[in-house]
Design a protein around this ligand. Structure first.
Ligand SMILES: *[C@@H]1O[C@H](CO)[C@@H](O)[C@H](O)[C@H]1NC(C)=O
Ligand SMILES: *[C@@H]1O[C@H](CO)[C@@H](O)[C@H](O)[C@H]1NC(C)=O
Ligand SMILES: *[C@@H]1O[C@H](CO)[C@@H](O)[C@H](O)[C@H]1NC(C)=O
Ligand SMILES: *[C@@H]1O[C@H](CO)[C@@H](O)[C@H](O)[C@H]1NC(C)=O
Ligand SMILES: *[C@@H]1O[C@H](CO)[C@@H](O)[C@H](O)[C@H]1NC(C)=O
Length: 815
């Protein structure tokens, strides 16, 4: 009994050991992730993993972002020698084993951003010679470490680092990194910067700097950082700035002749704006991008009016928030800034008008993008100076996403813009299209997508090469556009493809998400130049024609390329195929080739029928059938026969073959029906009564079925004479006669010599086909008379015949 508690204890210990093992060695109990696609990209993001899951070692991409992984152990990633991309963004990583990444010598991209790494270990990267992109953003390390961490990353081209805790950058921190396409530094709280720390990186493609703190508190430090990465060809993106009037750091940038400046997420006072404009006065800045600016002031920038910005070619403002909308003067004072650029974009900036006066200033303007603002017909009329063609060089006008409603007004306003090629009026509220519009003759591109158009009209200019009418309510598209190359009609309610002859030059057609039920090869062939067709997400009826056509189109049999991929073509009906990609559907021949199937089956059935008939005919089945039927009939009538006995009108029914007719007519009939005196011996008594014969030729009722006739004849005759010959055996209806007489012989007058056989030519029993078993039987049982070859014996023959025929008659008389 003491053994049992011991066993329990042992099990408990084992269990505890297992639990401990699991905790100390998570590799033992790691869950696995098999969310890999055929390209070996494994996306294990958002799955709540707390440890690095087990993934196939053939993975090329491994996305582990948005999990709760805290540690990468030494063994987690061994065997991933082929891995190219590893993403550990937004986990809770605080620990990475020094050798954890050692086997990843194919790794090109490593993302460790948004984790809890308090220090960067140079050991991690010591084997990553192929690494091109490294993202260390948003981790709580305060410096990159005492020794250069990136030294071994000789291929590194994109580097992102820094975070809220980064305080210090020293010379040599980036040693080993020489040229970068992209450098992102988040140093909002940077306190110490050793001048030149970033200066060795050259050439430098693009720099993004977040220097919120330094700009506010340590302009010298900000100047140093900016100075170290400023090159004329390097676009600089400055983020997260709050600019009061401290714009000292820009002076450094200007001094280094930077040409492209972008501000992202900045707030700006009027003073700062004026200072900035004065600082960059006369400098070779060509593009000024501002994305996400909060304007704190009232727009009083006139002080910088005199400054010179003639080098600015492109001026781009997006997502402007004006804090004091009601006090804000307007962008009008920006006129001096807008005088030179060829491209101006003011996007999503609550702009409701650009005054005509400003437009007059935009002398060089070729590209104007005012999308996502608050323009209406009224204010657009002002902006475009009532259609006087003020912006005479304008080539592209984008007023997408405004509050326009009248297409005829828009067309009137632009008609004098004699160089306009592109007009984007998408995402406006046009609900109808006027019958006629006037457009600049240069217009090639027109985008009226996401309006509410339900019909189109000749308002659309025939000069168009690209037309976007997607996401409207169109039910049909009938308009000849001879130069059109691209037509976008997705998201409408079209039932069929527009006829291709209307667009002889069309190369691209998108017509996804409509209500197309099918299209076919002739439909496509009507488009002579079509190369790129996107017609997925429609309500396809997966008929045989469509499925067949689509499958051959996917195989590349057709010229037009279905570029949205085969999985976009999904059956909507029939019901049992709903949701099935059409390329996967297998329809049976019965369904698909119904006509062919029916005709083939008919032909086959016909052939079989013919074969069966031939077979039956060969086996004489019809004869047997008819026999059986007649026999049944005869059976029925045999009961009546006795009553009909008195009806007997003939002495004998003569059954003979047509070929033997001459013998019957020339010999038998004269001999028996009109007996000659001399033939009979007068001494034998009176001249015998002539016999009456029934001959089918002579006595049959015309119009009755031959079998009936024969049966009648047999019934009305006392005896049946069979004239047997080869011919008889071969002749068809002789057989009936034989048979009828046969049953009569056996049924009715069994035993009596009802049948008399005359053999015209010697006929052995073996000559008679087996089928005529009854005739054979008859020949066995009945003596037959043979027609003699020699003439002198014929008299004797006839006598025998007459005797045979009279025999019974006499007997009856005797009775
Ligand atoms: C993995 O899936 C998420 C959405 O679940 C997606 O945002 C992410 O881009 C995917 N990762 C890769 C590498 O495609
Ligand atoms: C914008 O900058 C401010 C600091 O000026 C920062 O707090 C905020 O997170 C930034 N926003 C974005 C979206 O980066
Ligand atoms: C700008 O700086 C001045 C002093 O330098 C300060 O008084 C003012 O409040 C600041 N304005 C904003 C909007 O921060
Ligand atoms: C017009 O602006 C919208 C939104 O900003 C953009 O999607 C579209 O491409 C622009 N059109 C042209 C012709 O640049
Ligand atoms: C037309 O405008 C829409 C919305 O602005 C945009 O998404 C689309 O790409 C444009 N079409 C073309 C052909 O550029």
């Amino acid at each position: 009994m003491a053994l049992l508690p011991n066993l329990h204890l042992a099990l408990l210990l084992l269990f505890l050991a297992m639990c401990r093992g699991q905790r100390s060695n998570p590799g033992g109990e790691r869950s696995s992730c098999d969310r890999c696609d055929p390209q070996h990209a494994c996306n294990c993001s958002h799955a709540g993993y707390t440890f690095v899951p087990i993934v196939t070692d053939r993975a090329l991409t491994l996305d582990l972002s948005f999990n709760d992984i805290t540690v990468v152990t030494g063994g987690d990633l061994t065997a991933h020698e082929e891995l190219r991309i590893l993403i550990l963004h937004r986990n809770r990583l605080s620990e990475i084993h020094p050798a954890a990444l050692d086997s990843l010598w194919s790794l090109e991209q490593l993302d460790l951003s948004d984790n809890q790494l308090t220090a960067i270990n140079r050991r991690w990267f010591s084997k990553l010679g192929a690494l091109q992109e490294l993202n260390l953003l948003n981790n709580p390390y305060s410096s990159l470490g005492s020794r250069p961490v990136l030294q071994r990353l000789v291929r590194l081209r994109r580097l992102m680092f820094g975070g809220p805790a980064l305080e210090e950058l020293k010379r040599g921190d980036l040693s080993g990194v020489s040229q970068l396409e992209e450098l992102t530094l988040q140093a909002n709280n940077l306190r110490r910067y050793e001048s030149g720390a970033l200066a060795d990186v050259w050439p430098l493609g693009r720099v993004t700097l977040s220097l919120h703190g330094p700009f506010l508190t340590n302009e010298a430090l900000a100047s140093d950082v900016i100075g170290d990465v400023s090159y004329p060809e390097t676009p600089i993106i400055l983020k997260d700035l709050h600019l009061n009037h401290s714009i000292q750091p820009f002076k450094e940038m200007v001094r280094r002749r930077v040409r492209k400046i972008t501000f992202c997420n900045i707030s700006l006072t009027d003073n700062a704006m004026v200072d900035f404009l004065e600082t960059v006065d006369g400098e070779p800045i060509t593009s000024l991008f501002m994305d996400g600016i909060t304007l704190i002031g009232e727009g009083r920038w006139e002080k910088a009016r005199w400054s010179d910005h003639k080098n600015i070619d492109e001026f781009f403002v997006q997502n402007v928030v004006v804090l004091n909308v009601y006090q804000f003067t307007s962008f009008l004072p920006l006129g001096f800034l807008l005088k030179y650029p060829r491209k101006v974009s003011v996007i999503n900036s609550q702009m409701f008008v650009m005054p005509c006066a400003t437009s007059y200033l935009l002398l060089n303007l070729q590209y104007l993008d005012l999308s996502d603002n608050l323009l209406t017909e009224l204010t657009l009329t002002e902006t475009l100076c009532n259609g006087k063609g003020t912006l005479k060089d304008l080539r592209v006008l984008n007023v997408s996403g405004n509050a326009l409603k009248s297409l005829s007004t828009v067309s009137r306003l632009v008609t004098k813009l004699s160089k306009l090629t592109h007009l984007d009026v998408s995402r406006n509220g046009f609900s109808s299209m006027p019958g006629v519009c006037s457009w600049p003759s240069t217009l090639r591109y027109l985008n009226i997508s996401r309006a509410k158009l339900s019909t189109i009209s000749a308002c659309l200019p025939t000069t168009l090469e690209v037309l976007d009418l997607s996401n409207n309510d169109l039910k049909a598209f009938m308009l000849i556009l001879p130069f059109l190359r691209e037509l976008h009609l997705s998201g409408n309610k079209l039932l069929r493809l527009p006829p291709g002859w209307m667009f002889p030059n069309l190369q691209t057609l998108t017509i996804q998400s409509n209500t197309l039920s099918m299209f076919s090869l002739p439909d496509l062939q009507s488009y002579r130049r079509l190369q790129d067709l996107r017609a997925g997400q429609n309500k396809f009826i997966c008929s045989c024609d469509f499925v067949y056509f689509l499958q051959s189109a996917i195989k590349g049999g057709e010229d037009a390329h279905l570029s949205d991929g085969k999985d976009a073509y999904i059956c909507d009906s029939p019901l049992y195929l709903q949701g099935e990609p059409a390329w996967r559907v297998r329809l049976s021949v019965v369904v698909c080739r119904r006509v062919l199937f029916v005709s083939v089956s008919c032909v086959v059935a016909l052939i079989i029928a013919v074969l069966v008939c031939v077979l039956l005919w060969r086996l004489h089945a019809f004869w047997y059938l008819r026999m059986t039927w007649a026999w049944l009939k005869a059976k029925r009538s045999s009961r009546l026969r006795r009553r009909r006995e008195q009806l007997i009108t003939y002495d004998a029914f003569v059954s003979y073959s047509e070929r033997d007719a001459s013998w019957v007519e020339n010999f038998l009939v004269p001999e028996l029906e009109e007996p000659r005196e001399n033939d009979e011996d007068p001494r034998n008594g009176p001249t015998p009564r002539p016999l009456t014969l029934c001959l089918h030729k002579r006595d049959f009722l015309p119009g009755h079925w031959i079998v009936d006739n024969i049966m009648n004849a047999i019934e009305c005759s006392r005896r049946t004479v069979f004239v047997l010959s080869e011919n008889f055996v071969q002749s068809d209806w002789c057989r009936y006669e034989l048979d009828f007489s046969h049953f009569q012989l056996f049924d009715g007058k069994a035993g009596s010599d009802a049948a008399i056989l005359i053999l015209l030519e010697p006929l052995s029993k073996d000559d008679i086909p087996k089928r005529f078993c009854k005739l054979r039987k008859l020949m066995n049982s009945t003596t037959y008379l043979e027609w003699p070859r020699e003439e002198e014996r014929s008299a004797e023959f006839w006598k025998k015949v007459r005797n045979a025929l009279r025999n019974e008659e006499e007997e009856q008389k005797e009775d």
